[in-house]
Design a protein around this ligand. Sequence first.
Ligand SMILES: NC(=O)c1ccc[n+]([C@@H]2O[C@H](COP(=O)([O-])OP(=O)(O)OC[C@H]3O[C@@H](n4cnc5c(N)ncnc54)[C@H](O)[C@@H]3O)[C@@H](O)[C@H]2O)c1
Ligand SMILES: O=C(O)C(=O)C[C@]1(C(=O)O)C=C[C@@H](O)C=C1
Length: 364
Amino acid sequence: MTTAPVGSVLIVGAGLLGASIGLCLRNLGVETWLRDASPTAEAVGEDIGAGLSERAWVGQMPEPQLVVVATPPDVTVSLVVAALEEFPGAVVTDVASVKGAILRGLEATGADLTRYVGSHPMAGREKSGPVAARGELFTSMPWVLCSSEQTAPSARRLVKALAVELGATVTEMSADEHDTTVALISHLPQVMSSLLASRLQDTPLHHLALSGQGLRDTTRIAGSDPGLWVQILTANAASIVPALHGVQEDLQRLISTLEAPTAPGSRLDVAQLIAEGNAGQARIPGKHGGAPKAFAQLTVLVDDVPGTIAHLLTFIGEIGINLEDLRLDHSPGQPVGLAEVSVEPNRREELVEALTTNGWKVVQ
Ligand SMILES: NC(=O)c1ccc[n+]([C@@H]2O[C@H](COP(=O)([O-])OP(=O)(O)OC[C@H]3O[C@@H](n4cnc5c(N)ncnc54)[C@H](O)[C@@H]3O)[C@@H](O)[C@H]2O)c1
Ligand SMILES: O=C(O)C(=O)C[C@]1(C(=O)O)C=C[C@@H](O)C=C1
């Protein structure tokens, strides 16, 4: 990709997102520098191989071709403006989870935004900081680009090339369309997960010990950073509130129905509500951003000893079957794990046979 960064890249904010971008760029051989308000985050970023710490290499950082601001949303406007001023030859992007408030904040400063492109990788984790960074975080994940009326085509091309180089799939839309979209597909899930998990605060531990995968699936992102999410939710409140009203209506409907569960029509109403969930869930696209696709699953029993999962994955690769997804679980109190493997439906039978013939125990 000829338009990908060939000069150096400066990442401002060496946390989860910044260090993940750095790890990936370094793997691609791009000279990458890290700047963080926290000296520790900057040093850890360098230690994990996400880039060179500006503090540790005083005066040695060249003028970057691209600056990526990967800090919390509430400091993003001032850092973008500062980067545009400090590096007059560089394109500047940010990766904040809200785009409208940031664009309006930037416009209000009167800064020349021809070299600025807002962006948002739709990939992340419920953890913060450089230690949680992953070089492959963006592989096959969507990355939204929000150019403004002022954005120069060359700036847009460079940031698009960055996302593509990091393995992401680029979608372009206005900042406002972005914010309405993420209110439903990212911000509402965070709120629902947090509200659900908050119900567990007083639950006795021996009750929680019975939790199955359902609770884990629906509460993973409840572990997210409150400091970051207070900024995201308040900055996008105007788009989130209508989505919350929709949930409120459905909740009220369910409460009323379950208050009279045997009344005529109640069972149908409950079934309808669950079916509406089925219909929504089936519309979520699969891997690679393609059309929704149902993969076939099978569960393999794996000994809880080092290297077993690696053996299993190598075996699947060697017989020429593409692993579409993998989920690991543990049998409570047992020295075995359960590896749930997803493959193309037409390869499932072949895989089950190959695994069983070669001594693996397929349990489902
Ligand atoms: N966490 C996610 O899943 C995710 C996904 C996509 C986008 N984002 C966006 O990416 C941005 C960063 O999120 P994160 O999860 O990496 O957070 P993080 O807390 O892991 O990292 C943020 C880093 O920014 C640094 N920082 C704060 N103020 C600074 C300043 N004034 N100057 C320089 N550095 C400063 C912090 O010290 C920290 O190291 C946010 O805007 C967030 O909305 C997050
Ligand atoms: O997987 C997760 O931990 C996330 O929720 C990441 C997620 C998302 O909603 O997809 C969360 C917020 C970001 O702005 C982008 C990505």
